[in-house]
Design a protein around this ligand. Structure first.
Ligand SMILES: *Cc1c(COP(=O)(O)O)cnc(C)c1O
Length: 388
């Protein structure tokens, strides 16, 4: 090998060109961040965004995304993590200690409940489920040990829209920290911080990415002390995201409001049409009066994401409902939502909402960016195939 071949390939003198400007953000990828000298290394504080310390603690690309998500949510600080579920786990880990209790809405994102039931329980943190529509009963559940309340609007799968104002007011009176899973609202449908919610989490995997090709989560706060606790835990747990993933989300963010509205419009059209179908007992879409909590949605929002569920009449067999989902051609069968492709998933209602008042066979639809008329024709042929 030629002498110095390796050196020449590794020691390139590269500085981003100072005269270069473009609307799009550069993708910076690094584990190592170089310091000018030892004094600069010693002087650098990893907690400060004034400089860079190590790739895990941020690059210009991830700092930019953090700032944009903080602006989207109306917060001041944001931390990025590798998934929406990791964002929930970070909040739990940072804010809870053995002996504490957390309260989760009965319609909470399933894996958040599983996290509480398994990992948190092992560390001596207990949880109870509350009815998100009943703020009075919720208020009575808040006790000495309650240290964190999770909120979700609308709830996963069963779509009830909670009495957010009532729940937050009750938690505030007891000085209990409130955290919202804002994946459905995407920072657009309502202003969580204006409601005095303290921690706002989002699965950037969903609307902010919009492509169905990135997994990422965010934890946004306004309060400096709360952010400091979350930031320390983020560091201790070794959480961080990749530059290419951050860039993919940055690229999708400008079209977020347009996409959100498009998903919403098509979803509402289909939800309303399904309400008139004889096979359907109930449509669960927060913007429809048939959805529990509709009045809370109406008091807070005009927009409504692209997500809804349908309860097929109890007289049908589960096999028929499965046949309906299998017969859909434009809808993929798969988890997640807010990507370009429409998706459908049958859920076991009893497992999703134990003891709840809803009856029937539930199918959750995530409406993508296809033409409404084509999706409706697809649903129509699948209904015919399965139920006649
Ligand atoms: C998808 C989702 C999450 C988790 O996001 P991942 O990135 O898939 O881990 C959390 N909360 C809600 C409401 C979600 O829909």
């Amino acid at each position: 090998m030629k002498p110095d071949a390796a050196n020449a390939l590794i020691h390139l003198d590269y500085e981003p060109p100072p005269g270069f400007a473009a609307p799009q953000v550069g993708v910076f990828k690094a584990s190592t961040v170089l310091f000018k000298d030892v004094a600069a290394m010693r002087a650098r504080d990893w907690r400060s965004k004034a400089g860079y310390t190590y790739g895990l603690h941020g690059t210009p690309t991830t700092f930019t995304l953090e700032e944009r998500i903080a602006a989207l949510e109306g917060g001041r600080h944001c931390l990025l993590v590798p998934s929406g579920l990791a964002a929930i786990a970070l909040v739990d880990q940072a804010l809870l200690a053995p002996g504490d209790e957390i309260l989760l809405p009965a319609n909470v994102y399933g894996p958040s409940r599983e996290l509480a039931r398994t990992e948190l329980a092992r560390f001596g943190v207990t949880h109870r489920l509350y009815d998100p529509l009943d703020a009075a009963t919720f208020a009575a559940m808040l006790g000495e040990r309650t240290k964190l309340v999770w909120l979700e609007a609308a709830g996963s799968v069963t779509m009830e829209f909670p009495d957010l104002r009532g729940l937050v007011a009750a938690a505030q009176r007891r000085g209990v920290t409130t955290a919202l899973d804002n994946t459905w609202g995407a920072g657009l449908a309502f202003d969580a911080f204006a409601l005095a919610i303290q921690v706002v989490v989002q699965a950037l995997t969903k609307f902010p990415s919009g492509g169905g090709d990135v997994l990422m989560g965010s934890v946004t706060t306004r309060d400096d002390a709360l952010h400091e606790r979350l930031k320390l835990a983020h560091m201790h747990l070794g959480l961080g995201v990749a530059g290419n993933d951050a860039e993919a989300v940055l690229r999708s963010l400008p079209s977020l409001p347009l996409r959100y509205r498009a998903h919403d419009q098509t979803a509402r059209e289909l939800a309303q049409w399904l309400q008139g179908r004889p096979e359907v007992a109930r449509v669960l879409h927060p913007a429809l009066p048939s959805c529990p909590g509709h009045e809370h949605w109406r008091a807070l929002c005009t927009d409504a994401a692209g997500l809804f569920s349908v309860l097929f009449d109890e007289r049908y067999a589960q096999a028929q409902v499965d046949r309906f989902v299998d017969a859909l051609r434009l809808f993929g069968i798969g988890y997640s939502w807010a990507g370009p492709r429409s998706l459908a998933v049958p859920y076991d209602l009893k497992a999703m909402r134990p003891g709840g008042p809803l009856r029937g066979h539930l199918v959750r639809f995530s409406i993508g960016l296809e033409e409404a008329v084509a999706l409706r024709a697809d649903m129509e042929q699948a209904l015919r195939a399965a139920f006649t």
